[in-house]
Design a protein around this ligand. Sequence first.
Ligand code: GN1
Ligand code: MG
Length: 365
Amino acid sequence: MDINIIQTLKEVSDHYDLPGSMKAFTQCVNGHINDTYRVLLRIDQNTEKEYIFQRINEYVFKEPAKVMRNIKEISLHTRPKISDDDCDIITFLDNKHQKNYTVVNGDYWRVCYYVKNSVAFDYAEDSRVLYSAGYAFGRFQQLLSDLPMEKLYVTIPDFHNTKKRLDAFFEIVSLDPMIRAKDVKEEIAFFEKYRELASTLVDLLEKGELPLRVTHNDTKYNNILMDRDTLEPLCVIDLDTVMPGLAAYDFGDAIRFAANTAVEDERDLSKVGLNMEHYEEFTRGFMTACQGFLTPKEVETMALGAIVITIELASRFLADHLNGDKYFRLHRPDHNLDRARCQIKLAQDMLEKYDIMCETVNRYA
Ligand code: GN1
Ligand code: MG
């Protein structure tokens, strides 16, 4: 952790009209991209209040102001539709100059309230968590289904263009800047085998058979804050990649993360696979909230979305490994390689369970 962080957090806080002064902070480490801190302010002898301070990663988001403009747009659109007991969508506080971000030492920062009594799961056994996550992400799409797409900037071009992701992957394989390709021949063969399948959804979009929608694009269930006691969804967070996309990618990315029998970076591959009970509960929640607006083709390709995005993530992790780990934050050596292998194993298991995955979607559509 950078030693000036206390000073920096204080400077960020000075840009806002926050009550009290900083008493303590901890770093939150479950995201792979931005730097997130939970900051405790002391207001008086008996009162404290918690906030989240987050530094936007500019290697990943080249234009942070546009990311924040999108988030404002999403707030403006959804705020009137969300009642007090509904699952909320995160908004950021305005600084003293009425901007929802602030620049300190050249870095972009943003601040929001810490949602009380909330929890974000990286792994959950309780299938209620799956239903809650499915419902919250489905409803998120529902709420944004009438937001004109032109109002949103594309914060990362071709973010879920799996075809281009795989082209980029094979490009890195051929450049092999770290001389690591020789150790991952089996993994590379996996992408050769499924390259065409992984392009299916992008092809259907290009042919006009699947519609673009405003999608979240990063639907890990740790991006839903849930009530610690009731496990009801409280708030959808991480709106950095909200932009036009395919519904099946939102559904699929959530399944990839939440219905894995293991964590995203599990090294013991015998533990990795698709948990069908979790898959079903997420699907039930998602489909319930999406009632009435998905096209038959979207329903038909929903389960395929899970396979395609799992292959995409595997390729992104392995590409980053081959490229010298510039994109995703690592917590141990070869972390991206572990993540890639885990995702490959998961995709293989999904391929075997594909028929029953489709049946499950149909049951709740
Ligand atoms: C990144 O930072 P985080 O954990 O929310 C990534 C997602 C990946 C995810 C894999 C902007 O999200 O696309 O699915 O890691 N976000 C970006 O865990 O690339
Ligand atoms: Mg994210």
